[in-house]
Design a protein around this ligand. Structure first.
Ligand SMILES: [Zn+2]
Length: 134
């Protein structure tokens, strides 16, 4: 992937993971450029199909397009950073993310957004006032 495209993805995301909103500046490793629709499912390498994702969100999302809504048990599409508005789907409860929609609940589960190590790091950054950024 060329450097200009990567830079465009990073700038658009304001250097935050587009799933968990973690700031890249505080991450141990550089973030990945995620194919929202994985290449194996026909996703393209265009700006519209790319999102900035932290290493954890990128790894747990993998090529998945859908997940299970913990409330209804229905299979639903994962949160789509280009088509969905983050704040309409997610809200904070301290360091935990709450899904306001079926898509968000499925995403929280599939990407393990509320895993224990993430909550610990978020709590520290929240105390410092640097996360979540608006
Ligand atoms: Zn993330």
């Amino acid at each position: 992937m060329d450097a200009e495209l990567q830079r465009a993805v990073r700038d658009r995301a304001q250097h935050r993971c587009e799933y968990c909103r973690f700031p890249e500046a505080f991450a141990e490793a550089p973030f990945h450029v995620d194919h929202i629709i994985a290449r194996q499912h026909g996703g393209t390498r265009s700006l519209e199909n790319l999102a900035l994702a932290c290493c954890f969100c990128n790894r747990y999302k993998g090529p998945n397009l859908s997940g299970v809504d913990s409330q209804s048990g229905q299979i639903v599409p994962l949160f789509h950073p280009r088509q969905d508005n983050w704040s309409e789907h997610f809200e904070w409860n301290g360091p935990s993310l709450i899904g306001r929609t079926a898509n968000a609940r499925a995403t929280i589960q599939a990407l393990k957004l509320n895993r224990t190590d993430a909550l610990s790091v978020r709590q520290i950054l929240m105390r410092e006032g640097v996360y979540p950024s608006r």
